[in-house]
Unconditional design. Structure first.
Ligand code: AP5
Length: 213
């Protein structure tokens, strides 16, 4: 099964994708994570995208489509979870073409609806384990032992450079201008299932499970 988790910054796409990887042996394809890896590797492409990401703008379609195409050629185990991709109509068209090219299909697009006030709170309180990528929050999801990851045991918590009020304003504008048109795009294709992403992490997971079944 191949699915898209669609939603604004902080909607909980990454949190829910990691659960699906655990529960269903799916593969999470997060273009945000791929771009952060490229940024950290110091390649020419990484340097190019670093400034764009820090400002909260979208990286070019060409770069992210290239990253996704590389991954689609690999093993797809229990299916792909597209997390943060597609984010523009050209990316959505490209994904459709790539899935056809690699003999694959898209099954469901889960739209996670969360209001702006909750998004600001989620983004400004987020921190992530530098070892395994587990996502935490100052209020709603703290590790059992302060500063130590529950999953991998490392003490390497990080906050993202773009998780600040200025960049978040731009990220939200980019979402409403360029990504939200995908809601209509996938609705028209009959692929869209919209869920309320405002509840507790467990409750949202249950809604996603229902949407996928
Ligand atoms: P990306 O990394 O994709 O960021 P994003 O879409 O802004 O999404 P986030 O990772 O911020 O949020 P999320 O929905 O995963 O929420 P999370 O689960 O972490 O992209 C970053 C940048 O890369 C972009 O701005 C752009 O520059 C570039 N980029 C990436 N893809 C691109 C593309 N396709 N095209 C062009 N450019 C691209 O949760 C957030 C917090 O809330 C956490 O602390 C979590 O613990 C907490 N939380 C989660 N769920 C709940 C809940 N139900 N209740 C309470 N708290 C919760």
């Amino acid at each position: 099964m191949n699915i898209i988790l669609l939603g604004p910054p902080g909607a909980g796409k990454g949190t829910q994708a990691r659960r699906l990887v655990e529960e269903r042996d799916m593969i999470q394809l997060s273009t945000g994570d791929m771009l952060r890896e490229a940024k950290d590797s110091g390649t020419e492409m990484g340097e190019k995208v670093a400034k764009v990401m820090a400002a909260g703008q979208l990286v070019t379609d060409e770069i992210v489509i290239g990253l996704i195409e590389e991954k689609l050629q690999g093993d797809n185990a229990g299916g792909f979870i597209f997390d943060g991709f597609p984010r523009t109509l050209p990316q959505a068209d490209a994904l459709g073409e790539l899935l056809t090219k690699y003999n694959n299909t898209l099954d469901v697009v889960v739209e996670m609806q969360v209001d702006d006030e909750a998004l600001v709170n989620r983004i400004t309180g987020r921190f992530t384990c530098g070892g395994c990528g587990e996502v935490y929050h100052d209020d709603t999801k703290r590790p059992a032992k302060e500063g130590v990851c529950d999953v991998c045991g490392k003490s390497d918590m990080k906050r993202r450079a773009d998780d600040n009020a200025d960049a978040l304003r731009t990220r939200l504008m980019e979402y409403y201008k360029k990504t939200s048109p995908l809601i209509g795009y996938y609705y028209a294709k009959g692929d869209l299932k919209s869920i309320n992403g405002l509840g507790e992490i467990e409750d949202v997971a249950a809604l996603i499970k229902t949407a996928l079944n």
